[in-house]
Design a protein around this ligand. Structure first.
Ligand code: ADP
Ligand code: ASP
Ligand code: MG
Length: 412
């Protein structure tokens, strides 16, 4: 008998019919004798709808504490519906909000971190033969305020519960049958991966593959939770996220390609090239609590330099203001911004043992006449910033260049 935590995402509980299908599925697992804890998201579209309502009364900037009170209701609806559907099928079940389980978080509203989970109540219910249905995405801080874990946070609830309960496996059920070499919605020839290492999945998630929230992967790696991504309504092995890095001859150099459209680029021209320049520019940005991602400094010929960096698109307007101020203060030239950029990254532990990966990437982009605006590398990834309109072309070209394409069915 195993203890399994199963998380079902928004589309998997998007209608009453789907919730009934999920109940049928959970019932089958119960009949196998497994103990089941189910974590559910809000019905698809619901979290967006709630955020939109909040924005309407808040001039676009809802107070974070109240926003959390609001968006946490989405998951409260689905836990109750699923528990009812299970009970209706003769499966004893009980639902809990994050507060009721006591998923304790810090007080960083809308992006809280889980600090501790009290598993006593859940264990008692499991012992009594119940399926426990827990609301994803939400917790409670020391003061009893409702908090949420950031978009996609139900994945993290699932993994954190699996860690706390020392579950045999955490199964993330979604609308794709596993983790693919890249988003299958963008590249139809993307391939499902049998396995991917935590390290690679962490990079993929942080670079834009939202199939798993990054925090859930961090948690799973830290507590060694066996984690699998599966399709909610199709049979199949899914993708296992694993610790081991097999040295197989067939292992591709690149495991996956991630991308995002979440960033914006800012450039400050004609900065006097003296020691401390980077600090003078980025100090005020960080003081304004704006996170900087990629940075490039080009040394000019006349003792001035151009300095470019990227921030989240939501922070673009703020960063622009800060930078224009700085430019005036330090006697720099113009400030230029661009929100129509995208970041494309190739990820793979195979890069450690292979040279020339970056140049192969640049070659593939050059063949499509795609200009690279910024580059950054780490041990297992290379990222480039390009014009947003070339994003899909770039991802497809790289997918082919690194031999990740699934075989063409028609050619078989
Ligand atoms: P859920 O609501 O179940 O949490 P999400 O929409 O958050 O589902 O995540 C699943 C989606 O992630 C897929 O529909 C797919 O479009 C997207 N995705 C992005 N990158 C990948 C990838 N590498 N492999 C699989 N899916 C991916
Ligand atoms: N409902 C939340 C969201 O849409 C959490 C989740 O689905 O994981 O982001
Ligand atoms: Mg998700």
């Amino acid at each position: 008998m195993a203890l399994i935590v199963q998380k079902f995402g928004g589309t998997s509980v998007g209608t009453v019919e789907r919730i009934q299908q999920v109940a049928e599925k959970v019932k089958k697992f119960r009949e196998n004798g497994d103990d089941i804890v189910v974590v559910v998201s809000a019905m698809s579209g619901e979290t967006n709808r709630l955020i939109d309502l909040a924005k309407q009364v808040s001039d676009g900037q809802p107070v974070p504490r109240e926003l959390d009170v609001m968006v946490s209701t989405g998951e409260q609806v689905t836990i109750a519906l699923l528990a009812m559907a299970l009970i209706q099928r003769g499966v004893p079940a009980i639902s809990y909000t994050g507060n009721q389980v006591r998923i304790l978080t810090d007080n960083a509203h809308t992006k809280a971190r889980i600090l501790q989970i009290d598993d006593a109540r859940i264990r008692a219910d499991l012992k009594a033969g119940r399926v426990v249905v827990v609301a994803g995405f939400q917790g409670v801080d020391e003061q009893g305020n409702i908090t949420t874990l950031g978009r996609g946070g139900s994945d993290t609830t699932g993994v954190a519960l699996a860690a706390a309960l020392k579950a045999d496996e955490c199964q993330i059920y979604t609308d794709v049958d596993g983790v693919y070499t890249t988003d299958p919605r963008v590249v139809p020839r993307a391939r499902r991966l049998e396995k991917i290492t935590f390290e690679e999945m962490l990079e993929m998630a942080s670079l834009g593959s939202k199939v798993l929230q990054i925090r859930s992967v961090e948690f799973a790696g830290k507590y060694n939770v066996p984690l699998r991504v599966l399709h909610s309504f199709q049979e199949g092995p899914g993708t296992l996220i694993t610790l081991d890095e097999e040295e197989s001859m067939e292992q591709p150099i690149i495991s996956g390609i991630a991308f995002n459209r979440d960033e914006a680029k800012l450039t400050i021209r004609g900065v006097p090239d003296t020691p401390g320049v980077a600090f003078k520019i980025l100090g005020p940005v960080s003081a304004a609590n704006i996170e900087v991602d990629m940075i490039v400094q080009n040394v000019g010929h006349d003792n001035t330099t151009d300095f470019t960096f990227t921030v989240h698109r939501n922070e673009y307007a703020n960063a622009l203001k800060v930078l224009e101020n700085t430019a005036r203060e330090i006697g720099a030239g113009e400030v230029i911004g661009n929100t129509e950029i995208a970041k494309v990254s190739i990820v793979g532990v195979g890069m450690r043992s292979h040279a020339g990966v970056a140049s192969r990437m640049f070659e593939a982009l050059a063949k499509e006449s795609i200009n690279i605006q910024m580059i950054s590398t780490s041990e297992i990834k290379v990222s480039v910033v390009i014009e947003e309109k070339y994003l899909e072309l770039a991802v497809r070209a790289l997918h082919t260049a690194f031999e990740l394409d699934a075989p063409d069915r028609q050619a078989e």
